[in-house]
Design a protein around this ligand. Structure first.
Ligand code: FNR
Length: 341
């Protein structure tokens, strides 16, 4: 199957199978504060994200690029929405453009549409330092995502079966690049153990990309005759993955995986995320509502966060981490068994 066809399959399956709503974020319940002592004007949405320098606590996570005019149009639309709302955006894996120069335009359009914006490059952990350097240069990336996707590869009939040396390659990439490196999953979560291993490198940020949103095992299974059903319920739910990474990693922790509304985001911040990425839900809005609808959605998220933070008496994203909240259900049991509660 051609790479272009696979990209479009991913987008279409993500739209149809997509979000499974099992992030466990709804196990976090804030304790209402009747005397919050703040006003909407006191709230600052600018997060603390170290050398990533994000201006908004939400960004468009890696989805697409390569694969012809459809992905080019989609990336151009996402880039214009990111520019209009002042949020960062990641492009999808640039491997297609490293292998075929004709594919570059669909990534470079993101920089063209948003010359001053914060843009993340993206490659898998099989990438070499040279490939990472080329990917950064291609779009003048401000930061570079390395994605880990073992379960997706295993579920893909034509996927990789060899995962040795990834940590060492990531370590070299983080040493050699002069932009910050973010290591992310693709919807199965990152554990404390993996986060601790990454803490031994010069990686700036981990994006937990947990279970509960876009499910690449389901997406890849759609394309298989004999389904690997056991991977469809595999992975660390996003709420738990945030705590895992916070325990294992002292740098910036980004949360993604199934985030849809400001209620999800504020719970992710409470559990320890510094900022949040959204892929599948933005894709759905982009396809169903178009560019204006996506812009309204992002502006609505900012507005809703201001409301929620005012109700909590939190002036900054960091303040949310100490807002009184009660954790229940499966998340509580998980955190207890992992020794976190
Ligand atoms: C993705 N994702 C992804 N991630 C990555 O690092 N490189 C990539 O090329 C892609 N491609 C891609 C295509 C499509 C259509 C989707 C929906 C997603 C994964 C994405 O960045 C994110 O980690 C997961 O989708 C989980 O977040 P959501 O979708 O639940 O918000």
């Amino acid at each position: 199957m051609s790479r272009a066809k696979r990209k479009m399959d991913h987008i279409n399956y993500a739209l149809s199978t997509g979000q499974c709503r099992a992030t466990w974020l709804d196990c976090v319940r804030f304790v209402h504060q009747a005397l919050p002592g703040t006003g909407v004007a006191d709230v600052s949405l600018e997060p603390k994200t170290g050398d990533l320098n994000l201006k908004s606590p939400v960004f468009i996570n890696a989805m697409t690029g390569g694969g012809g005019s459809e992905t080019l149009q989609l990336n151009a639309m996402l880039a214009r929405a990111a520019k209009e709302t002042g949020i960062a955006m990641a492009v999808g894996s640039q491997m297609a453009a490293l292998k075929d120069k004709n594919e570059r335009e669909s990534y470079q359009v993101v920089r063209k549409e948003n010359p001053q914006g914060i843009i993340f490059g993206n490659l898998g952990s099989e990438a070499t330092v040279e490939q990472a350097l080329e990917a950064v240069e291609m779009i003048e990336a401000d930061a570079f995502q390395v994605h880990l996707n073992v379960v997706q590869e295993l579920t893909m009939p034509e996927g990789d079966r060899e995962f040795r040396g990834a940590l060492e390659r990531i370590g070299r990439i983080a040493e050699e690049l002069d932009v910050p490196v973010i290591v992310k999953e693709t919807g199965f979560g990152i554990s404390q153990e993996a986060a601790e291993a990454l803490a031994g490198t010069q990686v700036s940020a981990i994006d937990v990309s947990g279970f509960g949103g876009t499910n690449f095992a389901s997406i890849e299974n759609e394309r298989r005759k004999r389904k690997l059903a056991y991977f469809e319920d595999w992975g660390i739910p996003t709420a738990a993955a945030i705590v895992e990474c916070r325990q294992g990693f002292g740098g910036t922790v980004l949360a993604s995986g199934g985030l849809q509304d400001a209620g999800d985001l504020i719970r992710a911040f409470r559990l320890g995320a510094d900022a949040t990425g959204i892929a599948g839900s933005f894709l759905k809005h982009a396809v169903s509502l178009g560019e204006t609808g996506l812009i309204e959605e992002i502006e609505g998220l900012h507005e809703d966060l201001r409301m929620l933070m005012t109700a909590l008496g939190a002036r900054t994203i960091e303040d949310i981490r100490t807002s009184p909240a009660v954790i229940s259900g499966e998340l509580l049991s998980y955190l207890q068994q992992r020794g976190y509660e």
